[in-house]
Design a protein. Structure first.
Length: 183
């Protein structure tokens, strides 16, 4: 099993070609809709000896939302949901990190959606380290966190004839992250 060890300390850039920043929400109370953001940038500083000094910053382009349905994506970009015209980015800035054990970490920080910030803590599992064919040191992490979209002022919904609503309040954020160590 992979372990977060001192030689992995350093500054890393999130590799967008090998990273997925996604989400899952219930639709019509009977199924789930999955989506992702295709454009984002981020930097992670890992200090394996002093994990509390590790940091992360992520900036996501709202316009890059992709649920494999153009009409739904268009609606999600409006003021009913993410309000692209006024808030073109979703951001996360860490405020603390904790190494739970050699394979798991908690990353706390402020998530800002539609200009509203709330503290969250994301549980991450370390998936491993490797040197790619181009000589780049890579690290992999996976994590998730559930938010209430109402906390961020995203309240649009439609009632269903059978009871309930069209879109769940709870949204699971999913992170499958590939980091490349800066030279």
């Amino acid at each position: 099993m992979a372990a977060i060890t001192p030689e992995l300390s350093g500054t890393y850039t999130i590799d967008p070609a090998h990273t997925r920043i996604g989400f899952v929400a219930r639709h019509a109370m009977v199924t789930k809709v999955r989506g992702s953001f295709n454009e984002f940038t981020g930097t992670v500083v890992i200090d394996a000896e002093k994990p509390e000094q590790s940091t992360a910053e992520l900036s996501i382009k709202v316009d890059s939302i992709d649920t494999r349905n153009a009409d739904r994506d268009g609606h999600l970009r409006t003021n009913d949901f993410l309000d692209l015209d006024n808030y073109p980015e979703i951001t996360f800035r860490s405020t603390g990190a904790t190494l739970v054990d050699e394979n798991n970490a908690k990353l706390s920080g402020d998530l800002t959606i539609k200009g509203v910030s709330h503290p969250i803590t994301i549980d991450f599992e370390f998936e491993g380290a490797a040197t790619d064919p181009f000589g780049n040191k890579r690290l992999g992490f996976e994590g998730s966190h559930t938010i209430s979209r109402k906390d961020y002022g995203i309240t649009w919904n439609a009632p269903l004839e059978t009871g309930g609503v069209l879109v769940s309040d709870k949204v699971v954020l999913e992170f499958e992250v590939s980091l490349v160590k800066n030279a």
